[in-house]
Ligand binder design. Structure first.
Ligand SMILES: [Zn+2]
Length: 389
């Protein structure tokens, strides 16, 4: 994954931590930043801006319909160098073998996948899942260096009522000194306090600023989610300036068309267009995930792995180049990552569904008006409605 040669890049270096931009040359050797030389010239807007790469702090790779290596080929075009990825969708179908597949496929490509141990497989007891991941398997996964955290604890009633299996998984994460991600839409007050006190440190489900402010007050980190399925940026973006150190950016789900169009870079452009401080925006997008999840990607200091991007400006974040461990993986909209051969570990065959198979037998759903309840999907939202037709 690392290149062995020495090279340099010159531009305007964005020092996010010190809120400072200056002309500099970066020397890269063996995949690491060897040294940074400040130039005497002031910032030159004609030169690219050099900055740490973007990190999606919560995304299910499976939602892109792509295997990790193909996801990476697209993500690097937008300056993304890593993802915090919960493989619970494939685990719901294939169990731990699915998690293994994601890790192994991801390892073959120059991109930083940080996988979690799925905490809730199956997602609910009402689900007919293909597999179950039990406490022992979660503990075994958390012991592995490739697993960085316990992923979204969706079973918040289980936390609130001290369900032994749920608590065992949280304790495993704590034993391995790895963070626990949350998922608690709408949880407020004492219930939210108890959920957070159990050791759950992030939430990406807030859809109102009041809910996010309450969770922040109890010490939680808030991931502002703007993806293909749920969009919370408009409701939550002021937090980037008001609570910078506790904010990250994520997509949760990226369908292939929206991944092709943009990623965390487009959220940053929208945030800057709102008038937010660019350094605060970039802290949320590039620095905070590295600190919270203790990611070995560096933050553009001498000695760090050479994970960085070059962008045209700090307004649109058009990505000119993406480097991962010193390797140029994307340049001017062209990915340099090769496709890797993929083992198919699962497939399904289904019969063609004819309308007759969906017909509701007479009197099956007796309703005084003779109507049948159906689930109505709402475009752009996660919630659904019941309709009588
Ligand atoms: Zn999620």
């Amino acid at each position: 994954m690392s290149s062995t040669h020495t090279f340099s890049v010159t531009g305007n270096l964005v020092d996010i931590l010190n809120k400072h931009i200056y002309g500099a040359t970066l020397w890269i050797e063996d995949g690491h930043i060897k040294r940074i030389e400040a130039n005497s010239e002031p910032v030159n807007p004609g030169l690219p801006y050099i900055m740490p790469g973007f990190i999606d702090s919560h995304v299910h790779i499976e939602s892109s319909m792509l295997v990790p290596s193909e996801f990476a080929r697209l993500a690097v075009l937008h300056g993304t160098i890593g993802t915090i990825s919960d493989p619970h969708e494939i685990a719901n179908v294939c169990g731990v073998a699915g998690v293994e597949f994601m890790i192994e496929n991801g390892k073959q490509t120059p991109f930083h996948f940080f996988f979690g141990a799925p905490s809730c497989v199956p997602a609910t007891i009402f689900e007919t899942a293909g597999a179950e991941v039990n406490e022992k398997e979660v503990d075994d996964l958390l012991a592995r260096p490739e697993i960085y955290y316990l992923s979204e604890m969706m079973n918040f009633p289980g936390v609130l009522y001290n369900d032994p299996s749920v608590m065992a998984k949280i304790q495993s994460a704590q034993k391995h000194n790895k963070p626990v991600d949350g998922h608690a839409p709408g949880l407020r007050g004492d219930a939210a306090k108890k959920y957070i006190a159990a050791g759950i440190s992030t939430d990406h489900e807030c859809f109102t600023i009041e809910e996010a402010l309450e969770k922040l007050a109890y010490g939680m980190h808030i991931l502002i989610r703007e993806g293909s399925a749920a969009k919370n940026f408009e409701a939550l973006y002021p937090l980037i300036d008001s609570h910078t150190s506790h904010i990250m950016l994520c997509s949760d789900d990226k369908h292939p068309d929206s991944l092709a169009a943009g990623h965390i870079n487009t959220i940053c452009a929208r945030a800057v267009a709102k008038g937010l401080d660019v350094f605060n925006v970039l802290s949320a997008a590039c620095i905070n995930p590295v600190k919270h999840y203790k990611l070995p990607v560096g933050i553009l200091n001498p000695g760090d792995p050479a994970n960085f991007i070059m962008v045209k400006d700090l307004i649109h974040f058009e990505v000119l180049r993406t480097y991962i461990s010193g390797e140029l993986v994307a340049e001017n909209g062209i990915t340099k990552i090769k496709s890797v051969p993929t083992n198919v570990i699962n497939n399904f065959n289904c019969e063609k569904i004819e309308p007759a198979a969906l017909a509701v037998p007479e009197n099956e759903y007796p309703n005084k008006n003779g109507l049948i309840p159906v689930i109505e999907a709402l475009d752009g939202q996660l919630i659904r409605k019941q309709r009588l037709v």
